[in-house]
Write a protein that binds this ligand. Structure first.
Ligand SMILES: *Cc1c(COP(=O)(O)O)cnc(C)c1O
Length: 440
């Protein structure tokens, strides 16, 4: 049913639709996650009546089921919780006491998920992921609120996006709501110790991932996979001294392309981009501003979405606009932070500026700068949060972006403040999902 009308040439789209058709309960999760961009991502989980993937005989194998989670506890006194600065000062990510794993096999479906002590994974050297980059991941944070509660920010969107990324690299589907429950379960147990209420305003970084583990060489869809979730410290990156400095990509390198997979959070997008980032760092810049095509369309800043605030030309009404790249050509990642910025700005800044999702070029940014119309710029993503951009270097030209509030532009600061209030419970909002923590 879903693939009706799809031209056979559209391989990626039709293959994804087939996988969804095999597990109809996935259909809502994925279509929401990827079609309606800036609008509401969580309308329905089970709307279409025929949702049970087990009822139609297509798949009778066990699905990922968070209610079956088994728990093996680490010795709670074995490791003390470091302070944030110490935890982020070494060369190793410090994880919490536990992790969650679940395995999948083609003939057997999903195993019972396990919550167990954090530790190494065991993989054969021939595992698919190590050769063919069958890996995807998510990144979200758990926030210790000023009201004492522990919250996730829109985890349903991360879960849906991970399903989309997983299917894109031929790894097995799952019900996104089950992944969300597993993430909550990990935080329910590790939250009280690792994000104590004595540290309001702090966070942990959650990293769910799926990898192909089948120990067989040969370019094929893996028949075995592993899903795992860790929780760790991550340094704060939203306030680099003097703002984030961006360097446009070298002419002979792009991050993603139309028809590629830049819209999926797959590991294969990141390793090859490091060369350019390293080069930019040596020149004193923090991240690459990835341009696309001969026109030089602005797409993303490092692994985060990119926004500018400018005033349109006099001839176009001198209107204030918040501009960011669109989702429809599948070039950029559909960031949860990006969506939230777009939604909040449309709701709360509607009398001040217009929010525009469209293709725009680096030349338009340079021109706005020359004509004094460039107002602000910022990067947006879970890791960087909302990070003011102070400079862009493109070829031999430099754009210096005003930071009228010292460390940030005023709209950047407003948007960041609203999001932060939701994350840390200063504003009660449906995007802030409270973790039901275990009593200690
Ligand atoms: C993860 C990521 C983002 C940000 O997405 P969020 O959901 O906001 O964290 C943006 N761009 C790329 C390329 C990413 O990998």
């Amino acid at each position: 049913m879903v693939s009706q009308g799809r031209a056979p040439e559209d391989l990626t789209a039709s293959a994804m639709e087939h996988k969804i058709a095999e597990q109809p309960s996935l259909a809502n999760g994925i279509t929401n996650g990827h079609t309606n961009g800036a609008t509401n991502g969580h309308t329905n989980g089970h709307a279409n009546g025929t949702t049970n993937g087990h009822a139609n005989g297509i798949s009778a194998l066990p699905a990922l089921d968070a209610s079956k989670l088994t728990i093996t506890r680490a010795d709670p006194t074995a490791r003390a919780v470091p302070d944030e600065a110490t935890a982020c000062s070494g060369n190793e990510t410090i994880c919490t006491d536990h992790m969650i794993t679940a395995t999948w096999k083609a003939g057997a479906g999903w195993s019972t998920p396990e919550l167990k002590p954090y530790g190494p994974l065991s993989l054969m050297p021939t595992a698919s992921v190590l050769h063919y980059a069958t890996e995807c991941f998510e990144g979200l944070k758990a926030y210790r609120g000023h009201d004492g509660a522990l919250r996730l920010f829109r985890p349903d969107l991360n879960a849906k996006r991970m399903l989309m990324s997983t299917l894109r690299i031929s790894l097995p589907g799952f019900e996104p709501a089950e992944l969300e429950k597993l993430i909550l379960a990990l935080m329910a147990i590790d939250g009280p110790k690792w994000l104590p209420t004595s540290r309001p305003g702090s966070y942990l970084y959650l990293r769910p991932a799926v990898i192909g583990t089948q120990p067989q060489l040969g370019v094929q869809a893996p028949k075995e996979a592993l899903l795992f979730i860790t929780a760790s410290f991550m340094p704060r990156m939203d306030l680099p001294v003097g703002g984030m400095k961006l360097h446009t990509n070298p002419e002979d390198m792009i991050r993603a392309w139309v028809g590629g997979f830049g819209y999926a959070k797959v590991g294969a997008n990141y390793g090859p981009s490091l060369l350019a980032t390293q080069e930019a760092r040596q020149r004193g810049f923090g991240q690459i501003l990835w341009l696309y095509g001969p026109e030089g369309f602005c797409t993303e800043a490092g692994a985060s979405n990119f926004f500018v605030v400018w005033r349109t030309k006099e001839s176009e009404g001198a209107k204030l606009q918040l501009v960011t790249a669109p989702l429809d050509d599948k070039l950029i990642l559909d960031g949860v932070t990006r969506r939230s910025v777009v939604q909040l700005a449309r709701e709360r800044l509607q009398n001040e500026l217009e929010v525009v999702e469209r293709k725009y070029t680096i030349d338009e940014v340079l021109e706005a700068d020359r004509e004094g119309r460039l107002v602000e710029a910022f990067a947006a993503g879970t890791a960087f949060f909302v990070c003011p951009v102070s400079q862009i270097r493109h070829r031999d030209q430099d754009v210096h972006i005003p930071m009228i509030k010292g460390e940030s532009g005023q709209y950047t600061a407003k948007i960041k403040g609203w999001m932060s209030d939701i994350m840390y419970g200063n504003e009660q909002h449906p995007w802030g999902v409270v973790v039901n923590e275990e009593k200690q």
